[in-house]
Design a protein around this ligand. Sequence first.
Ligand SMILES: [Mg+2]
Length: 356
Amino acid sequence: MTDADLSLAYRPFSLALAEPLETADGTISAREGFLVRLVDEASDDSVVGYGEATPLAGWTESLADCEQALERAQNALRTGGPSEALEVVDQQVAARHAVSLALADLQATCEATPLYRYLSQGPMIGRVPVNATIGDGSPADTARDVRAAVDRGFDTCKLKVGLRSVEEDVERVRRVRETVSHDVELRADANEAWTYEQAQSALEAFADLDVSMLEQPLPAGALEGHADLRAQNTGVSIALDEGLLEHGVDTICDANAADVVVLKPMALGGIDVARKLAAWLAELEVTPLVTTTIDGVVARTGAVHLAAAIPDVPACGLATGGLLAEDLGRDPVLLEKGSAVVPQAKGLGVDDVWTE
Ligand SMILES: [Mg+2]
């Protein structure tokens, strides 16, 4: 394969959500983005690679900026090859996610290896653990939803908290704990909702209820606050998600602000970037975790390969396909007993998303 033989095409898509989603920028009812296809024209059987750019307000560039970036990448690929195509989208993380994923898919396909092994050069991995995500609801509804997830085989559930009073959230977790045994790992994600005092009282109550992890209790900027919560050694891990984009790995680790850092490949510029961050975090003894930003099947499958390339990754937020009412194509990832079964075909393993 020579660089000059690669051509990049992209097309827009809009995928309806099963339920409207509240975001920092208002309520959205669909995920819009671009599907990217790279073709190696020189290969006999026209080897292809797929990528996906699905911008999300507050996390990535806008849809319009993403489209412009993909057009730049298309031209740069023709004139300067893959490295230049990546360079011209360096500041547009969703576009870079798409281009880098398509390049990696194509390269892994050429090498006849599954994408995660192309990334890790590591052992065969059959499955990665995934968590169920439980939305906000009354204590009874929350307990019912967790029970249903556990019955489907999940042994880790992540509860959205922070939309009600701390007392109500604690009551929700209490009801859940009365419903499921301590074999079920419970996590809570507050999405920056709390003040320090609120976070502190939630943390104490959650510790008593055997919650394993509290994600982003305070606003992204509050690094010291997270470090102080962590220093209380309650047994509940402190995870940062929104805080990663604001501070970066070094600053978070220097501040001792997190036990766990959540990696969203779409917001970080690609699974290649996310994988480097994961290795760096692990070296600094902080646990990396992968979640998606409610993406189509191409990006979701990329995130599954990323998780499979991270040694001993804990349960990840990869079971998000059900949040979409429609998708780009067939999902090659089977969810089974709280795990995602990792595709072992060459490349990403996604093949029917681009129909002429
Ligand atoms: Mg989060």
